[in-house]
Unconditional design. Structure first.
Length: 74
């Protein structure tokens, strides 16, 4: 018995250019090519929280520890 492993090659295409978009549309027409679109790593709520954290949205600024505790307890 001979076993043949499935073979796959990952190709990343920066599709911000017209040529790349045309190439991507072309390879989608080939029967032996399967194109998987990028999906978000996380669900929408988590992606939103990550983006807000990166934008430093909702950061509480304090002068010192006592001020922090006062704001947290209020």
């Amino acid at each position: 018995m001979i076993k043949i492993k499935d073979m796959a090659t990952l190709v990343r295409i920066d599709n911000r250019t017209k040529a790349a978009k045309l190439f991507l549309e072309y390879i989608k027409t080939l029967s032996f090519v399967k194109v998987e679109d990028n999906k978000p790593r996380y669900n929408a709520e988590t992606e939103k929280a990550i983006n807000e954290a990166r934008a430093r949205k909702g950061i509480i600024k304090t002068k010192n520890h006592a001020d922090l505790m006062k704001k947290l307890n209020s």
